[in-house]
Design a protein around this ligand. Structure first.
Ligand SMILES: [Zn+2]
Length: 262
């Protein structure tokens, strides 16, 4: 069995090992023991790009692939020339597998939607220019994301991570060539709507993720999340769908390999 964590902030403490280098090795060893072969590491601000590239290049087991982008929740940290800097970084580093984490967020207090939209559209255009997939965040903004994707039609597709939308929105994304990212949220029994959606969506359009160190899974509230827990998400998804965990692992891993060209 092989699993891929398609969304893990490995550059964040305590996973990154910045305060204690043994932590990164421990994180990777635990993931390896849970059959995780690869981790995709998205960046949230330009000040984190180098840290993301470094944590992906550090020695250790588990292949790690960087994505660079500008997260909508860190709006005040993005600089005026960040989109130009992103273009330069994508030109310079051929190991980058996606543009992200980007997207839109209408849940945060006083979202400057116009600025969010400007940065998101700019990143969609860069994804088009470099034929890279998009790793997107879309809290309370799934329809707005779909609208932008319809307008620009980025050909390499991407994923809406931590998906919490409807079956219809999942289908609209699929029709545009996009997948949905599913992680710890489905481990909570109260996530009735999401659990119904992940049962109905074709397995071909689902990627597994943890969003570690965020989004702790059921039973681990109050603790940091870890990439090895992608196995917990896989087992829960298999149970909900009445399929074997091997089948879920095989298909979602193939989906990630196809999308990210890894
Ligand atoms: Zn994230």
């Amino acid at each position: 069995m092989e699993l891929i964590d398609t969304h893990c902030h490995l550059d964040f403490e305590p996973l990154s090992g910045v305060s204690n280098p043994e932590y990164l090795q421990l994180t990777l060893a635990l993931a390896q023991a849970e059959k995780v072969s690869s981790i995709i590491v998205p960046a949230v601000t330009s000040s984190r790009w180098q840290a993301v590239l470094d944590v992906c290049a550090a020695p250790g087991p588990i292949k790690r692939y960087p994505a660079l982008g500008l997260h909508p929740c860190f709006l005040s940290e993005h600089l005026d020339n960040d989109l130009q800097q992103l273009e330069a970084a994508l030109t310079q580093h051929s190991q980058i597998k996606a543009v992200g984490e980007t997207g839109l967020d209408l849940y945060i207090d006083t979202p400057d939607f116009e600025r969010q939209l400007e940065l998101f559209a700019g990143q969609v255009l860069l994804a088009k220019q470099f034929s890279l997939p998009l790793l997107m965040h879309g809290r309370r903004a799934v329809d707005q994301i779909i609208k932008v994707l319809r307008q620009y039609q980025p050909p390499a597709g991407g994923v809406l991570h931590a998906f919490a939308g409807s079956e219809q929105q999942a289908k609209q994304l699929r029709d545009l060539g996009f997948m949905i990212g599913i992680g710890g949220s489905i481990t909570y029994e109260r996530a009735q709507k999401l659990r119904r959606v992940v049962k109905a969506v074709p397995l071909e359009s689902i990627l597994l993720e943890t969003d570690a160190p965020d989004m702790p899974m059921q039973g681990f509230q109050g603790e940091p999340n870890w990439p090895h827990r992608v196995g917990y998400a896989a087992r829960t998804l298999a149970e909900l769908r009445g399929e074997s965990v091997e089948k879920v692992a095989e298909q979602t891993t193939a989906n990630a390999r196809r999308l990210l060209k890894i």
